[in-house]
Design a protein around this ligand. Structure first.
Ligand SMILES: *Cc1c(COP(=O)(O)O)cnc(C)c1O
Length: 383
């Protein structure tokens, strides 16, 4: 129950264990082409250009940076935690003129503040983390997409902790790049950078004045490959991670079988159940209620409960949770990932393990209250 790698489905894992196909075999070409097609559906971006490239989520961030940013382009980064800071550091390599708008930990940057900045200065790109995995804060992606259209700015959504979990309607919301990695809500072992780019952003990319300064990331190299796969023609730039792509194909099928609306709703309900349970156990949480993510939770330890002691106890109870990630609060909170195929039983078992561990750590609380709060919500919404 950590925020990635998540637990994977057996059919997805079985695809990982098969003999690797040739990347130019008709069988694999179909798998790749169908995966690109399914990405457009999962991202809700029928006119977008999908990319599947071997690498991690950070490469997906780098792909958007390397291809859309030229020296001295003005970029506004809205940072709600660790990954917003990473984006600013990454863009510095491309000599962007970067301005970072930061929030207090646990809060989002108010939309009005972002708009005020956009009115003041002409920016080329607006970048934001949909759900920052260090704070469990979710920003209003739809409103930011609208700002991008209003001020004619390219918008980039880091969705590594949200795509296929939180509601995202890329095309309808006018967001230019939505990027993620395989190991989070997409449900495939680590190793794939995945993104869908709008027609508008591809158009801007085509009009670049300078060469892309990162050879591996250059869309000039990858675009013909994506096109070739979709036209079912063999091609080569860098050997695709064939087993991961086969696993992706299975997982995307499962996501579409569940249905995106069902999936958003299931994550919403799971998020609510965890937040209610944490409250019932007398713990505070990093994100404010109005901006709390549904893909992970970030509770503070109750006073007197030590990070190492608690996490060890949870482990002994058979559940793996993650420690804090935000440097300034690292030892004051922990994280529960709840994205992908999480069912009600897993929610309850996790909360029970948390209760058992709090008891071991001598925290005084109403035993069973967390489990009951979660059961209430899971049942009410299931009716
Ligand atoms: C996990 C994560 C990343 C980085 O992904 P890696 O695969 O670890 O490189 C970036 N952004 C967010 C929001 C994440 O949750």
């Amino acid at each position: 129950m950590i925020p990635g790698p998540i637990e994977f489905d057996n059919d997805v894992l079985a695809a990982m264990g098969k003999q690797s196909l040739s990347h130019v075999s008709p069988e694999f070409i179909d798998i790749f082409a169908d995966s690109l097609d399914m990405m457009r559906k999962v991202w809700m971006c029928p006119n977008g250009q999908p990319f599947i490239i071997a690498g991690t989520g950070t490469l997906a961030m780098d792909l958007a940076g390397a291809n859309l940013v030229e020296s001295h382009d003005r970029v506004l980064v809205v940072s709600t935690g660790y990954f917003g800071e990473r984006y600013a550091q990454l863009l510095d390599r491309y000599d962007a003129d970067i301005n970072v708008l930061r929030s207090v930990p646990g809060e989002a940057v108010p939309i009005e503040l972002i708009e005020r900045e956009l009115r003041k200065e002409k920016y080329k790109i607006l970048i934001f983390t949909h759900v920052d995995t260090s704070t469990a804060v979710k920003v209003k992606a739809k409103a930011l997409g609208e700002l991008g259209l209003k001020y004619d700015i390219i918008t980039v959504l880091d969705g590594v902790c949200s795509v296929a979990g939180e509601e995202i309607r890329q095309q309808e919301w006018g967001i230019d790049v939505v990027l993620t990695a395989s190991q989070k809500a997409i449900g495939v072992p680590p190793g794939l950078a995945l993104l869908v780019v709008s027609e508008r952003a591809m158009g801007k990319f085509m009009k670049r004045k300078s060469k892309v300064r990162n050879y591996y990331a250059d869309w000039t190299n990858w675009l013909p490959i994506m096109h070739a796969y979709e036209r079912r023609i063999p091609s080569y730039f860098g050997t695709p991670a064939v087993n991961l792509v086969s696993a992706l194909n299975i997982s995307l099928k499962q996501i579409l079988e569940e249905g995106l609306e069902n999936r958003f709703e299931r994550h919403r309900r799971t998020g609510m159940a965890f937040r209610a349970a944490i409250k019932a156990l007398g713990m505070n949480q990093i994100p404010a209620d109005e901006c709390a993510a549904n893909t992970l939770s970030a509770p503070y330890y109750p006073s007197g409960v030590k990070a190492s002691e608690f996490l060890q106890a949870v482990n002994q109870a058979g559940v793996t949770l993650a420690g804090g990630l935000l440097p300034e609060l690292k030892n004051e909170y922990f994280r529960i990932g709840h994205m992908g195929k999480i069912n009600s039983d897993e929610v309850i078992v996790t909360i029970k393990a948390i209760e058992t561990s709090l008891k071991k750590c001598n925290h005084d609380f109403n035993e069973g209250a967390g489990t009951r709060a979660a059961i209430d919500i899971l049942n009410v919404n299931e009716l």
